[in-house]
Write a protein that binds this ligand. Sequence first.
Ligand code: DI6
Ligand code: FE
Length: 397
Amino acid sequence: MNIWVNARLATVDPRLPGLGVIEDGAVAADGERIVYVGPAADAPGEVLAGRRIDCEGRWITPGLIDCHTHLVHAGDRAHEFELRLQGATYEEIARAGGGIASTVAATRAASEVELTSAARPRLEALVAEGVTTVEVKSGYGLSTADELKLLRAARALGDRATIAATFLGAHALPPEFAGDPDGYIDVVCEEMIPAVAQAGLADAVDAFCEGIGFTPVQTERVFQAAQAAGLPVKLHAEQLSNLDGAALAARYGALSADHLEHLDDAGVQAMAQAGTTAVLLPGAFYFLRDEKVPPIAGLRAANVPMAIATDCNPGTSPLTSLLLAMNMGATLFRLTVEECLTGVTRNAARALGRQDDVGTLEPGKICDLAIWDIERPAELVYRMGFNPLHARVWRGH
Ligand code: DI6
Ligand code: FE
C-alpha cells in the first residue's frame, strides 16, 4: 500500500463541484488501484499504515489523458509547412498529392520497430507532462499489412503509458485506389476491420468524414463494419466543412466526435442525446490558422462533455504538449480553466470509453497521478511552454 499525503487534490470527481478540490488530502493505492481519496484526517488506519509519500503541499490531479493523437508515423512535413508559409493551403497540398499521402509513403517504408522508435520522443514529451493514457490512431498505413504494423508499433509504446489504439483505415485514399474510394472502403470493411479486431489491436474505429476524406455514406459503411466486429466508433467530423458527420456518429452511439469547427446546432443536439463526447483540437485550429471556432457555447448549453487533445500529427498539429493544448483551448476557444482540466482528465477518459478506469481520483480507479509544483490549478492552463510536473505516478508507481 502506498499513500500520498500532504497534498491538495483536484479529484475531478463528478459528484463534487468544480474540480472536486480536497485540501489536506491523501490518495492511497493498493497495487495499481486507488483505495482511498479524501481528507488525510479521515483516512482509515490500515491506509495510513502504508508507505507514505510526502507531497509537501503540492497539487495532485488525475494523470492526464491525450485522447486524440496520430503519434505513430514516420517522417515529418516541415517542407509542407514552408509551402503553407508561402500561401498554399492544407487542402491544396493534399489535393496535389502531398499531405497525408506523403506521410503514408514514409510510414509504409518504415519497419514496425522504426515506427515505435520514431514515436518514442513524442510519447516522452507527453509523459514528461504527466500524461498516463494516450490514444493512438492508425491511418498512415492504408493497407491491411501496414495498418496492422502501425497498430503493433503503437502497442509497443504501452511500456511507458496506457495506450488506447484506434483503427483509422478510412483516413485517406491510398494511391493504388485513386478514383475508387468505394473499392478502398470495401477493403477497409471486409478485410482490415475484421483483421484488426481478430488481432485485438484496436479499441475503437475512426474515420475522416470530409471533402478530402470520405463521404457520410462511406463513413456509415465503416461504422457498420465496426459494429459487426464489436468495436465502438469515433469520428473526425466537421473539421473543414459541415457534412453532418457528428449527427451520423451520434446515431452509431459514437464515443466521440472530434474537431467540430463547423458543427451546427442539430449536430450539437444529436451529440447531447447520444452522450457523445466533443473532442476539441485547438492545436490543429491554431496550426491551420483556422478562423471558425467550434460552437463552444452551444456544446456547453447542451451539456455535451468536452475533451481537449493534441491531435499530434505531422500535417496539421505537430504538437506534443497537452498543457499547451489546454492553454490554446482557453485562449482560442474561450474554455474555462475547469473545462480545460476536465477536458484532459474525466472527459478525455469518456472519449475513450475508459471512464470506469481512469480520468478522476476515485477509489476503484487505476492510480494514475500527476503531482504538480503549482499554487493553483489555473497555472496548468495559464503558462505556455513551462512544465511544472513534479512527478508522475502510472498504475500505482
Ligand atoms: N484530420 C487531421 O487534422 C489529421 N487527420 C485528420 O483526419 C491530419 C493528418 C495529416 O495531415 O497527416
Ligand atoms: Fe486527428
